[in-house]
Write a protein that binds this ligand. Sequence first.
Ligand code: ADP
Length: 257
Amino acid sequence: AREALFQSQKMETIGQLTGGVAHDFNNLLMAIIGSLELVRKRLPDDPKTLALLDNAMQGAQRGATLTKRMLAFARRQKLHLEPVDVPALVRGMADLLERSLGSTVVVETLFPLSLAKVQTDPNQLELALLNLAVNARDAMPNGGTISIAARGAKVTDTNSELSPGDYICLSVHDEGEGMDAETLGRAVEPFFTTKGVGKGTGLGLSMVHGIMKQSDGQLVLQSEIGKGTSAELWLPVISEPMKTAAEDVSTPQKDHG
Ligand code: ADP
């Protein structure tokens, strides 16, 4: 069965908690580093003791680097929203995607002839898409096809996390290993990663989720073990008197990028 995940406010809360903890930790580590520096100045030149002290100092410094990264994550800047042409943005990323993904995967794009613009931060949307594409690549160690598609869609359900209205759904689909229910349930949590130390930060999807929230949109993940994963970015169409997104979806056109 396909698993669907609709993210809630929970992640913002975790992000804020992370920021708070990182801040306290950073202050503690700064105090530890300061004290260690003082001790070092007063110590006689015993090489063994100095080596131990250096170890402690390096550990504290590594911790400080980590907490700074966590702080930067928690303080993600506010987005600068503007009308964005999604297919044009994706086409403009062709080089970046090629360079970032390597040659093991093929990227296919599928867009309708014309598509309404969305209200988002184009730089952040690029970052989000790059993160999704890298995850798709990582899920296919033996290579495969990543399909990036966009379509117009309507939300009518008032119980939805999204307000009713017109949206563009930008999706990144892979034919990779997929996620089990537990991984899917936790994928968006900050610092959750299955990629191992030094490989994953666990911040990619959390960041994508944050960007969607700030654009009044939503990240929707669907995955099936052994089959693959779809990550959908739902973004509201800008409200100006123009044709609706829904009538644009009838003539999809395939182009390879
Ligand atoms: P990271 O990529 O650093 O691990 P993410 O937040 O981007 O951090 O992803 C968290 C986890 O979600 C990944 O470690 C992986 O287990 C899972 N995941 C994300 N995207 C995919 C995908 N396309 N296919 C399979 N698993 C995925």
